[in-house]
Design a protein around this ligand. Structure first.
Ligand code: FMN
Length: 397
């Protein structure tokens, strides 16, 4: 990432989360309601835990936006943690005189979470010092920033959408995310799944896991529609956009695999069945299209004008109400792991976070290619590029 810089600060039960995004051009109209709606999309989903009933995330714009438009300066967004009221004694930056933590130190690391590795690395005695930041609460900051990036991309006709393809071993018939009808069905589903029959089985699987004090993972798909060709580059390893997208999606907590296009299954077929044949397409400015999109819109690390498609595999989350075996770090003796109020399945919410990461990476790639300090300049460069593409391919006469 070279043009956009995003960072966040905040602990899960601290006062709040702060997100800072630098590098967006001036003059982008920001829809605050749409940012709030993205935050609510992240909070929804069958299988979420009690925390989501407490938090009703709102994005408070502190800087970088004036009268609804970006200034070109860093944008700062604050998301307050409502739950902080219940955690003040434990999480305050500075303890009030006489104020004692209500909760004992966490000393039994959860397998699969950052508890143990983080404590060893940073020298923390109380594992809470690790888990408060390793918690996916931080992804609310990503979604707020991703929402602004989505609004930037929309100015170029790009939309980022996602769906759940599988929970545990229940597989859904994929919806066509380029169809507004299918998309409306996915958005209306409590599991971001357009296949009603599969959704019912997924709900049953989640209920059964909850009953057993267990958790479930699954697979999600993120798609960027309306992509121009030419974002990213093959010239250097770190400019290959497939690699940048993979890293961004892999950074989503609990994601353990990322597939671009037909990814894994391409390894099992011949080249003649793996690639997307090129054909004239009068609907495109660059007059070319594909009969399939197995490459997921990326060849040589460069967008080819087809939708960018990535799939992500989420592991089952680590906090189990029937915890796995661990060790009490005080005694060194075997003990069951710490359990904390938790979700059962986060795949639908994880998809919303994956959309945000995709939007951030694509907005950056767009700005790397088209530059501009204000939207007018960026859009003018984009239009000039499309005009050049128009002249690159003959008319098929
Ligand atoms: C939206 C979302 C919510 C999550 N909620 C929980 C949770 O409630 N409990 C939990 O143990 N893990 C949860 N996770 C997963 C952990 O944050 C993640 O497994 C942990 O940080 C370790 O990172 P890793 O799985 O990528 O190795 C959630 C992940 C996402 C994307």
């Amino acid at each position: 990432m070279r043009r956009l810089v995003f960072s966040s600060a905040g602990e899960s039960h601290g006062r709040g989360l702060v997100a800072v995004l630098s590098g967006l051009p001036a003059g982008l109209e920001v829809d605050r309601e749409a940012v709030g709606e993205e935050l609510r999309r992240r909070q929804r989903g069958y299988g979420r835990g009690g925390r989501m009933a407490i938090e009703a995330d709102e994005a408070d714009f502190l800087a970088g936006v004036r009268h609804g438009r970006t200034l070109g300066s860093p944008i700062a967004i604050l998301i307050w943690n409502r739950d902080f009221a219940n955690w003040q004694a434990d999480m305050a930056a500075f303890a009030e005189p006489g104020q004692e933590p209500k909760r004992p130190a966490v000393r039994k690391p959860r397998p699969g979470h950052a508890d143990l590795a983080g404590a060893l690395k940073y020298g923390h005695h109380d594992l809470r010092n690790v888990l408060e930041r390793a918690s996916a609460r931080e992804t609310a900051a990503r979604v707020a920033v991703g929402a602004v990036c989505k609004q930037f991309l929309a100015a170029f006709g790009v939309a980022v959408r996602s769906q759940v393809l599988a929970i545990e071993d229940v597989q859904a018939k994929p919806a066509d995310l380029s169809s507004d009808e299918d998309w409306a069905r996915v958005e209306a589903s409590c599991l971001r799944c357009g296949d009603a029959e599969a959704e019912a089985s997924m709900r049953a699987a989640i209920d059964a896991a909850r009953e057993d004090g267990d958790t479930l993972g699954g697979i999600g798909e993120v798609v960027a529609l309306g992509m121009p060709p030419g974002l990213g580059s093959y010239v250097s390893w770190d400019e290959r956009l497939d690699a940048v997208i993979a890293a961004a999606l892999m950074s989503v907590p609990s994601v353990k695999a990322v597939e671009i296009g037909d990814g894994l299954s391409l390894a099992r077929v011949r080249g003649s069945a793996a690639h997307d044949e090129i054909a004239p397409d009068a609907r495109r400015t660059w007059k070319l299209g594909r009969s399939s999109n197995r490459a997921g819109g990326l060849e040589g690390g460069v967008t080819n004008g087809e939708p960018v498609v990535a799939r992500v595999a989420f592991k089952p989350i680590p906090t189990l109400q029937q915890p796995l075996q661990s060790v009490d770090l005080d005694t060194g003796a075997p003990e069951i792991a710490h359990a904390e109020r938790s979700d059962v399945c986060v795949v639908p919410a994880g998809c919303v976070v994956a959309e945000a990461m995709m939007a951030l990476v694509l907005a950056d790639a767009m700005l790397c290619k088209f530059g501009g300090d204000c939207m007018e300049d960026t859009l003018a460069a984009y239009q000039a590029y499309l005009a050049r593409l128009e002249g690159m391919v003959g008319d098929g006469a």
